[in-house]
Design a protein around this ligand. Structure first.
Ligand code: C2E
Ligand code: MG
Ligand code: MG
Length: 644
């Protein structure tokens, strides 16, 4: 009889009878139940179709040799029938599985039990498909328990025997050594040698896995938390005491963090993962977190544990840390999103004074995001023409006639709606786009002023006052820009006034002073905006080519009179701050003596206007007269004011 073909099991048997407890209940159905009729029916005893031993296709190898080869092969093998029972097995397999020294002892055993093919549904399914001849091959790695107690990693391959319909070959190789090496390499790859903590790679692997699991599994809280920690002033330790002390300190910090994590995990099922993300940055990841309080407690305990000075072989060192704390639903959170939030929060903790933890604040973040969003779209916005100008009348206090208008820029942002300059002028100054934007404002305002003049030939022409940022004076050729724009629009220089802040003209020397002088020589008016908020010295200002002071709104706000009269302590008016009024009056008188005119900003009430007029203020601007408006509203004013 062919050595490879022991008598095949003729009748289907209940394989579950041979399955270990647990398996039989999970996969209770005998293999035969799922097998095609042809295979599950009694198969004729006798050799399955295979190259006949002996004939060997002319190789001269007979059945005996095959048998001997099979028995002596260093690869553990078994031939299994379509019902899943071992037909024959070699001694190598018996030795590997620890069932004895003789392969014969395995005959009749259920192969799936021997090499653990039934413990997971996918493998079991694939195995059955190979047995049924519907799948070519199965290869899988199993962890097998040796009877002597140790476990081994085995690579199991199940493949049909060529030209043999009724049997498959199972071969098993011990890959424990390779697995162990792989595991050791992986450990090296995934851990930081200085602190022995999981490194950045492992941290991100765990974070991604946790996010996936938390988001889709219903058993946990569905939340995740992170403490992102950075030592304060670690660089100084490295720089002054050397890298060896630095490394020792990092290792000692890692130890304390691990202790905190263990204590935090003690009361719960899972211990937070502590990782070193690089340099002096660490992370504590809390899977299945219960809320911000849990993370706050953890951050607290970490800060507290770091308060005890470190003793590094004789060196006593104190360090503190800043921690960014983020805790949120895992669903909809990405690893990158979580890390960005943690990074921002850590930055806040540092900015707020270090040695503390700070909790992520969505509102604070939104502000930062809009700042970022705005700054990235500023430059193209100038080209796309997303800016417009509004104009606010500057009114002569003596006769109430509009003498000029201040041009105020607005950004019609496609996403955020209309934005006032306080939201973006600072950003534009930071990134330099103010130069381009400022040029546009200047040209548009001058063109508009000239348009009003042409459209209202009977009205007294009004001047336009344009705000100029410091950087425009420094980084652009303001003088030639102004000259070119005046020439192009045909606006007379005395109908243009430029508003600069105190800081722009203070300490002016060199280039800015020359620019101011050249502009003034051209006939252009120069006004100091928001006067009184800085430290300008009036006498000094008068030596600059400045003609107008715009008194900051905060002074006017000090004038609380409703009817222009203060009615005494028992009266109804809010008592004024007399100092304000005295100071403002003195300021106006001094300005006049120095040849400057004074404009008051933010005039909101008739009472304020009356007081200002009384103490000699020349021009007023504010809601009392008009809010900043579109150019056609100014046209309407000019039509009404036209001399008949
Ligand atoms: P500013 O030059 O001092 O302009 C006056 C600001 O006070 C304007 O705010 C105006 O709307 C507001 N205002 C006017 N009357 C009243 C009032 O009665 N009460 C109150 N509470 N406020 C009043 P806006 O338009 O938001 O401009 C803010 C600042 O932005 C301006 O202050 C100016 O420094 C700057 N700015 C505006 N347009 C430009 C520009 O084209 N270029 C540059 N560089 N800066 C500009
Ligand atoms: Mg202004
Ligand atoms: Mg102002």
């Amino acid at each position: 009889m062919d050595p490879l073909v022991e008598p095949l099991i003729d009748t289907p048997v209940d394989l579950s009878a041979g399955l270990p407890v647990g398996l039989s209940s999970k996969f209770p159905v005998g293999l035969a139940a799922g097998l095609p009729a042809r295979l599950s029916a009694a198969a004729p005893a006798g050799p399955p179709a295979r190259p006949e031993g002996g004939s060997g296709g002319g190789t001269g190898v007979d059945g005996r040799t095959f048998r001997a080869t099979f028995a002596a092969a260093p690869l553990a093998m078994a031939v299994v029938d379509r019902e899943g029972r071992v037909v024959t097995a070699n001694d190598t397999l018996a030795a590997l599985l620890g069932t004895g020294s003789d392969g014969e002892g395995l005959v009749g055993r259920i192969a799936a039990d021997l090499v653990d093919l039934a413990s997971d549904a996918r493998t079991w399914h694939a195995y059955r498909e190979v047995l049924r001849g519907r799948q070519a091959r199965l290869r899988c790695t199993r962890r097998l328990k040796h009877p002597d107690g140790h476990s081994l990693w085995a690579q199991v391959t199940v493949s049909p025997l060529p030209e043999e319909e009724r049997a498959v070959l199972i071969s098993v190789s011990d890959i424990s050594g390779r697995r162990e090496l792989q595991a050791r390499l992986r450990h090296l790859q995934m851990h930081d040698p200085v602190t022995r903590l999981p490194n950045r790679t492992l941290f991100f692997e765990r974070l991604s896995a946790a996010l996936e699991a938390e988001a889709y599994e219903e058993s946990g809280t569905g939340r995740i938390g992170l403490c992102y920690l950075d030592l304060d002033g670690f660089k100084a330790v490295n720089d002054t005491l050397g890298h060896r002390v630095g490394d020792r300190l990092l290792a000692a910090v890692a130890e304390r963090l691990t202790r905190c994590a263990n204590e935090a995990g003690y009361a719960r099922t899972a211990t937070p993962l502590v990782a070193r993300l690089g340099g002096d940055e660490f992370a504590l990841l809390v899977e299945d977190s219960t809320g911000t309080e849990q993370l706050a407690d953890l951050a607290d305990s970490v800060l507290k544990s770091l308060q005890v000075p470190f003793d590094l072989s004789g060196q006593r060192l104190s360090v503190s840390a800043s921690i960014g704390v983020v805790e949120r639903h895992a669903a909809g959170t990405t690893a990158t999103g979580l890390m960005q939030a943690a990074d921002t929060t850590l930055y806040w903790a540092k900015a707020d004074g270090k040695a503390r933890w700070t909790l992520f604040d969505p509102e604070r973040n939104a502000h930062r995001m809009t700042r970022q969003a705005l700054s990235s779209t500023l430059r193209p916005a100038v080209e796309r023409g997303e800016f417009t100008l509004e104009y606010q009348p500057l009114v002569c206090m003596e006769d109430g006639v509009v003498r000029g208008v201040e041009a105020l820029v607005r950004w019609n942002h496609p996403q955020f709606g209309t934005l006032t300059p306080n939201r973006f002028i600072g950003l534009a100054e930071e990134d330099g786009s103010i130069v381009q934007l400022g040029r546009w404002v200047l040209a548009t305002a001058c063109r508009q002023a000239r348009r009003w003049q042409l459209d209202h030939p009977d009205a007294e022409p009004i001047f336009v006052s344009v705000n100029v940022a410091v950087r425009q004076v420094w980084d652009s050729d303001l003088v030639s820009d102004v000259a070119a724009i005046l020439a192009e629009t045909g606006l007379a220089p005395h109908l243009l006034q430029l508003e600069l802040t105190e800081s722009a003209v203070m300490g002016s020397a060199g280039r800015p002073l020359q620019a101011l002088q050249a502009l003034s020589d051209m006939g252009v008016g120069i006004a100091i905006d928001d006067f009184g908020t800085g430290y300008s010295n009036l006498a000094y200002l008068s030596r600059l080519p400045v003609s107008v002071l715009k008194l900051d709104g905060s002074f006017v706000r000090g004038f609380q009179y409703e009817n222009g009269e203060y009615e005494g302590a028992d009266g109804t008016g809010t008592p004024p701050n007399p100092a304000d009024e005295v100071v403002v009056e003195a300021m106006i008188q001094l300005a006049h003596r120095l040849g400057l005119t004074v404009t008051a900003e933010c005039v909101e009430t008739a009472g304020q206007a009356t007081r200002l007029r009384r103490i000699g203020c020349d021009t007023g601007q504010g809601w009392l007269y008009s809010r900043p408006v579109a150019p056609d509203r100014i046209s309407a004013l000019l039509s009404a004011a036209a001399v008949p």
